[in-house]
Design a protein around this ligand. Structure first.
Ligand SMILES: Nc1ncnc2c1ncn2[C@@H]1O[C@H](COP(=O)(O)OP(=O)(O)OP(=O)(O)O)[C@@H](O)[C@H]1O
Ligand SMILES: [Mg+2]
Length: 422
């Protein structure tokens, strides 16, 4: 009995186990099927999205650029953006993006800038570099591009890509809607509010501070000036053309009589003298820019009354006499802004000190402008000029001004480039 009962118990148990195994099998099967369906749906969705994206790019390409830009380039572009690397484009790409160099934005020491657009609608500025005698090796060009392309900051203009063909060397930048700061400083009809100018001064200083102190490889700009401070749609500033000094030669509008670098009027004295040059040359140029922001005028205006011809010197004289108030009223600065404006005066006077070591770091500049660092009374930055006085021409030379401007060769070179590309 007990055996029988044990057997029937055993058979009951094994039947129960079989049922449980079957149930588990069924549930497991259902789970596997559900997962498989989910995976298939996911793959199908991704494929659909990819197809939609590529269709969008193709249609924008057809409508906006009317070009034959190959999808491989665009895909490489998108992949490189993810990898945070500037993309290499062909001459034909550049012609397509700029609709054959149809809209010129301006020109400078490195080349001519044209407006353009990527097939996905993103607006760009294309800087077509001058041909130089000194042909940079491709590897060197790439190395510099790599450095510039990996430099990201809210106050720096971003480099999207470049072209390095025999017929065309060009750089592709993000497009800055409001153009360069000089248009707003020196054009009576386009004046910005003082508070905005103060923000622009601080943003610009932060961009330079990043180049000097925060990015992977320190970059000296060599050409800080209002033309190289670009403004986005909200008038936020971004420093342009950093890294270019190492990338290419400049035309002779930027070389002073003594063969230095930088732009006359902004270039530090050591740039046009046989002295070592450090990142402090940017601090000097920034100081000159700060004076111009403060006065909403060019630093040198020949023929102005009194000693106001050369604005930085006039500010020093007023500071020394304890008369900064007259600078404020002359510049039309409202009473509420005077504290900040006074800081700007003192910081600018520190930045343009003759001795590079006496100039502050850009970090100190930012902190002083923001009121986080005390500003001690500046020393006379123009002591070294005491031997000069009198005529404007002597003044111009002693301050590194020359009369040359952007040369006509820019135009002719661009024309020849366009002809070559047609
Ligand atoms: N990314 C950009 N977005 C919009 N406009 C631009 C851009 N880059 C340049 N420009 C326009 O093109 C003009 C010429 O620029 P370019 O850099 O060639 O000359 P520059 O700044 O006067 O001199 P430099 O050669 O010393 O930089 C600028 O003043 C600006 O108006
Ligand atoms: Mg520029």
């Amino acid at each position: 009995m007990s055996n029988t009962s044990t057997n029937s118990d055993t058979s009951g148990l094994s039947a129960g186990a079989t049922a449980a195994t079957i149930a588990l099998g069924v549930v497991g099967g259902i789970v596997v099927i559900v997962i498989a369906i989910a995976i298939i749906r996911c793959i199908q969705k991704n494929k659909m999205q990819a197809r939609n994206t590529s269709m969008q790019i193709t249609s924008v390409s057809a409508v906006n650029v009317n070009s034959n830009i190959d999808m491989v380039t665009i895909e490489r572009f998108l992949a490189d953006i993810v990898k945070e690397r500037p993309v290499r484009f062909t001459t034909q790409n550049i012609i397509d993006f700029t609709q054959n160099f149809a809209q010129k934005l301006g020109s400078g020491g490195f080349g001519i800038v044209y407006k353009g657009q990527f097939p996905n609608g993103v607006q760009i500025a294309v800087k077509v570099l001058h041909k130089t005698q000194d042909k940079r090796a491709e590897e060197q060009f790439m190395a510099e591009i790599g450095t510039i392309g990996r430099t990201y900051h809210i106050n720096l203009v971003q480099l999207y890509g470049f072209c390095f063909d025999d017929t065309l060397k060009a750089l592709i930048y993000e497009y800055m809607e409001k153009g360069s700061l000089d248009g707003y400083l020196f054009d009576e009809s386009q004046k910005l509010k003082w508070e905005k100018l103060h923000e622009i001064a601080i943003g610009t200083a932060k961009g330079i501070r990043y180049l000097h102190e925060e990015c992977q490889k320190k970059i000296v700009h060599y050409d800080i000036k209002p033309g190289n401070v670009l403004l986005d749609a909200n008038f936020s500033p971004k420093v342009a053309d950093f890294g270019l000094a190492r990338l290419c030669d400049r035309d002779n509008s930027h070389i002073s009589l003594t063969g230095g670098r930088g732009t006359p009027g902004y270039a530090a004295p050591e740039l046009w003298m046989p002295y070592p040059v450090t990142h402090k040359c940017d601090v000097y140029s920034y100081g000159m820019l700060l004076f111009e922001i403060l006065g909403r005028r060019r630093n040198l205006i020949i023929g102005l009354a009194e000693s106001r011809e050369w604005f930085p010197r006039w500010i020093w004289d007023k500071f020394e006499e304890g008369e900064l108030e007259s600078v404020m009223s002359n510049c039309g600065i409202e009473y509420t802004d005077r504290d900040k404006a006074e800081r700007m005066c003192k910081v600018a006077l520190w930045c343009v000190q003759y001795q590079p070591d006496a100039r502050p770091s850009m970090n100190s500049v930012v902190r002083m402008l923001e009121g986080e660092e005390e500003i001690i009374a500046p020393t006379n930055p123009f002591q070294y000029m005491m031997s000069f006085d009198g005529s404007s021409s002597q003044w111009s030379e002693s301050r590194g001004y020359s009369t040359s401007t952007t040369s006509a060769t820019n135009e002719s070179e661009a024309n020849s480039l366009i002809h070559q590309n047609q």
